[in-house]
Design a protein around this ligand. Structure first.
Ligand SMILES: Cc1cc2nc3c(=O)[nH]c(=O)nc-3n(C[C@H](O)[C@H](O)[C@H](O)COP(=O)(O)OP(=O)(O)OC[C@H]3O[C@@H](n4cnc5c(N)ncnc54)[C@H](O)[C@@H]3O)c2cc1C
Length: 370
């Protein structure tokens, strides 16, 4: 690596949250996607050493973590739940918050991008529903939220823990800011998704609707069409579930702990009702009075949680995802310009063959796919 290159945090550990890009008044920082890692590169000819980028960075700035004092599992009404990934807790919080007169910042799929948007329009906010298993693009969202808060508006931010931490570094101690983070086991660069779809003859820019999961069944669904059988999901989701294509920072995530950065944390109630309820059940953790107040306003059917089981079944409430031994082979194939199909085949030859056979048996209706 060229040692003359200056970066905001360690070059291979950048989360890609873009907080540094948002706060830099001189346009001196650019977050570079290297496929297997991100780097926030500083242009020394523009930099005035103001230090704003370091203060905003969720990797190097001190962050306050809070212990959850309330745990629940639950789901919302069927119309919302059917479009959501788990029990629809996020979508229900969004609906509640907008009806209370607030704005929501979260991410949606639009024009080939998975980007953050700030809105108080209930119809537009419905597009937030669904987990996007890829690094989302915060764009200029922290500045937009900051401006909205300055006008005295209330804002709910829902994102990954590193993104939530970035926002909290920028809008410190704002009583009108509510934050929710997702339990996150890691995210791949969006370049992997783009090129995977391209290899399948799909231009991501032409897609109207993209889903990564239909309740408890994982797999890419493009404009209503599932790319692979439920029992043998496509290689994009398979590599994601194998945790082998995340950017380097995810394997060192400081937010993968049961003490959380946001007011509320949302995930899947694995080890609880989610294991048996096909429609999806949310796990909800409240860390602050604000979070508990907001959850209390939401219309959710809630039941108790076995906290020990919840922590055991959601490892990212304890530690970051481990890096699989196969990742190096997979990533080097991708970085050479190989397809994800070829990279998975090389990194996981036996499992790949097994899945290929299973796919054929499903297509011949010898194995049922439900
Ligand atoms: C990359 C990723 C990894 C995850 N890993 C785990 C895990 O290991 N264990 C676990 O229990 N749960 C995990 N989750 C959370 C889980 O998939 C659900 O998103 C969560 O339970 C919320 O479901 P819901 O039905 O309440 O939300 P929905 O009503 O479906 O709404 C989803 C909300 O999440 C936001 N969102 C979706 N994708 C992203 C993204 N890429 N970046 C920022 N915000 C996003 C949406 O904008 C929306 O606000 C992960 C989510 C993501 C995106």
């Amino acid at each position: 690596m060229n040692t003359d290159i200056r970066t905001v945090c360690d070059s291979n550990l950048c989360t890609g949250c873009k907080a540094c890009e948002n706060v830099c008044r001189k346009n001196a920082v650019e977050v570079i996607d290297n496929l297997d890692s991100y780097s926030a590169v500083i242009d020394s000819s523009k930099c005035v050493d103001c230090g704003l980028c370091s203060k905003a960075c969720p990797n190097i700035s001190p962050v306050e973590l809070h212990k959850p004092f309330y745990w629940a599992q639950g789901w919302t009404e069927p119309d919302i739940r059917k479009n959501s990934s788990s029990g629809g807790a996020a979508s229900e919080l969004i609906r509640t918050f907008i009806e209370m007169g607030g704005y929501v910042a979260s991410c949606l799929f639009e024009n080939g991008d998975i980007r953050f948007v700030l809105t108080n329009d209930l119809e537009r906010a419905k597009k937030f529903a669904g987990s996007k298993y890829v690094k989302s693009n915060p764009g200029n969202i922290y500045n937009e939220v900051n401006e909205c808060l300055k006008k005295g508006e209330k804002v709910l931010f829902i994102g990954l823990p590193c993104q939530s931490a970035a926002l909290l570094n920028i809008c410190k101690d704002n009583k009108n800011l509510y934050t929710a983070d997702l339990i996150c086991h890691g995210t791949p660069s969006k370049k992997i998704l783009d090129s995977y779809l391209k290899d399948k003859g799909i231009d991501i820019n032409s897609i109207k609707d993209l889903k990564f999961r239909d309740n408890n069944s994982f797999g890419l669904i493009v404009d209503g069409r599932r790319l692979a059988p439920k029992k043998a999901p496509d290689n994009y989701i398979w590599a994601f579930l194998k945790c082998s294509d995340y950017t380097e920072n995810c394997y060192h995530c400081r937010y993968a702990t049961s003490e959380r950065v946001s007011d509320i944390t949302l995930g899947d109630a694995w080890g609880q009702l989610s294991d048996t309820d096909e429609d999806g059940v949310s796990l909800i953790l409240c860390q602050t009075d604000k979070g508990r107040y907001l959850y209390g306003r939401a219309m959710m059917y809630s039941t108790d949680v076995d906290v020990v089981k919840a922590k055991n079944s959601n490892p990212q409430l304890n530690y970051p995802t481990g890096k699989p031994a196969e990742r190096e082979v997979l990533m080097s194939k991708l970085k050479e310009g190989g397809s994800l199909d070829a990279a998975v085949k090389k990194a996981y030859p036996k499992q790949n063959l097994k899945r290929a056979v299973k796919t054929i048996l499903i297509k011949m209706s010898i194995i049922k796919d439900n």
